[in-house]
Design a protein around this ligand. Structure first.
Ligand code: SAM
Ligand code: SF4
Ligand code: F3S
Length: 471
């Protein structure tokens, strides 16, 4: 069972939050303004959830928030290491901050998360970006108040990228982005070591929160008005394996389903090898679990799947999908796909297209393979050229776009229950929300509907969204 960070350690951080708050109050009295913090998140929902914790600690320490890096007193970038472009973006941003810091040397710049959990990146920041004051990895997140306090009082860079076999910090402050929908991390880390993936190296081993801690968080969320809960983990299907109590993910979703006030339950991600009949049954029987499943298959060729260390074959994947479709008719399916794994040939890629055509996912998240230092796949030589890989990637999108549009067209005429998120990104006169299967639905309506569930009749389908009218 994972070690829980002791109450003493959490209290120590709370004492640093108070120290920061006192300093911020003195600053405000002296300067006639409150210190401002800016946070930016790269990467997955797990990182977004971590940033909510970072913002909770900053808020409790008396900071207000800004989106303007020129005005910020503290900037924290919560980074991702999963692909090279995520890292390049952060280095680009740090370059811009360097110029700002030249005019405002008191600004504190922090970089945290998965990218800096890698030693070579922390070294690079120390040597090339020495205007960065604070570097802390995923395992040191809960120590941010102490580290930030040090960074504000020290000239040299404060670094904490010590790795850990697995610890869990409970009872940290949190400032959530959305009042109605919340991420709830049920476990951290990953044990799967897919050969291309950096996550197990930067997030550590799988460790589950206790059901008591998770259910307490969900109940508190409901009390605060939240109705949609998304349970998070790199592989939620192995939830509970490391706990002393006999419990698995299917048991957990039944427990969340029993909580009054929860209206919708979503979860991600699931590894196909661990998708059990018990979980499918629980999904089918729990009325609040959305009829939606994200099941990454990554590649269609058995040879590539084996080299990826995914532990299933194409046929086994397709069988699981068939079972899910049979048990939960109309379920909406999504997946992750990697194009251009080093040893992938054009024939292998055809197998990936074949899976897309046979399953007919509602949508996919597709990525061009990115070499990650320290992973086994980084040692493999490429068969295809960059040009060939991009050509395959574009073909993949073409095939999927046609399927997504067709899947969306089947919604026209249906009445869907929507949780209204806010104004549409493209038009402030239009509201936007998500239906049970998580498709985006845009419709005309009054802003007072934000945060409410309403029935919308779908009138038009696009590739990425639906339009509708309030019923
Ligand atoms: N644990 C989840 C899973 O296995 O489904 C999510 C893992 S990762 C955060 C999200 C996706 O990034 C993966 O499913 C994979 O498609 C993609 N990915 C991971 N490593 C990659 C790499 N080196 N290059 C390109 N895509 C990658
Ligand atoms: Fe990465 Fe595989 Fe773990 Fe997902 S299951 S985080 S792809 S190693
Ligand atoms: Fe990126 Fe870390 Fe998530 S590497 S995808 S932010 S777990």
């Amino acid at each position: 069972m994972a070690k829980t960070i002791t109450e003493e350690q959490i209290n120590r951080q709370k004492s640093f939050i108070i120290k920061l708050k006192e300093e911020n109050q003195r600053f405000a009295a002296h300067n006639g303004r409150t210190r401002l913090a800016l946070t930016e998140t790269y990467g997955c929902q797990q990182n977004e959830n971590d940033t909510e914790r970072i913002r909770g600690m900053l808020r409790d320490a008396g900071f207000e928030f800004t989106d303007d890096s020129k005005a910020a007193d503290v900037v924290i970038y919560n980074t991702c290491a999963v692909r090279e472009n995520a890292e390049q973006k952060v280095f680009g941003r740090l370059g811009i901050l360097k110029h700002i810091k030249e005019t405002r040397p008191e600004m504190v710049i922090g970089v945290c998360g998965c990218m800096v959990q890698q030693e070579h990146i922390a070294e690079k920041i120390k040597s090339v970006h020495n205007h960065v004051d604070l570097v802390f990895g995923t395992h040191a997140l809960y120590r941010m108040p102490e580290l930030l306090y040090e960074a504000m009082h020290r000239k040299s860079t404060v670094i904490d990228i010590t790795s850990s076999d697995g610890e869990i910090a409970e009872d940290m402050p949190i400032m959530r982005d959305n009042a109605r929908k919340a991420w709830v991390s049920i476990m951290y880390g990953c044990n799967n070591f897919c050969s291309y993936c950096i996550v197990p190296y930067v997030r550590g081993r799988e460790r589950s929160r206790t059901p008591e801690a998770i259910l307490k968080e969900v109940r508190e969320l409901v009390e605060s008005g939240c109705t949609e809960i998304s349970l998070l983990g790199q592989n939620v299907n192995s939830y509970g394996k490391d706990l002393d109590t006999e419990i698995d993910f299917a048991d957990l979703i039944r427990m969340v389903n029993d909580i009054d006030g929860v209206e919708r339950i979503r979860f991600m991600s699931s590894h196909p090898k661990d998708l059990s009949d018990k979980l499918i049954k629980a999904m089918k029987e729990c009325g609040k679990v959305c009829k939606q499943l994200h099941l990454p298959f990554q590649a269609g060729s058995d040879k590539i799947l084996q080299q990826m260390n995914r532990k299933y074959t194409k046929e086994q994947y397709l069988e699981k999908i068939e079972k899910v479709k049979r048990e939960i008719p109309g379920i909406s399916l999504s997946t992750d796909v990697i194009v251009g794994f080093p040893t992938e040939t054009n024939e292998d890629f055809e197998e990936t297209l074949d899976v897309l055509k046979r399953v007919e996912f509602d949508n996919i998240f597709s990525f061009i393979y990115s070499r990650r230092e320290g992973t086994p796949a980084a040692k493999l030589d490429f068969v295809l050229t960059d040009e060939e890989i991009h050509k395959n990637f574009n073909r993949l999108l073409e095939v999927q776009n046609e399927i997504s549009k067709r899947k969306n067209e089947a919604y026209v005429g249906r009445i869907e229950r929507i949780l209204v998120d806010g104004e549409s990104k493209n038009d402030t006169n239009i509201l936007s929300g998500r239906c049970d299967s998580s498709k985006i639905v845009n419709f005309k309506g009054d802003k007072s509907l934000i945060g409410k569930y309403i029935d919308v009749k779908i009138t038009e389908a696009h590739t990425w969204s639906l339009n509708g009218e309030i019923q």
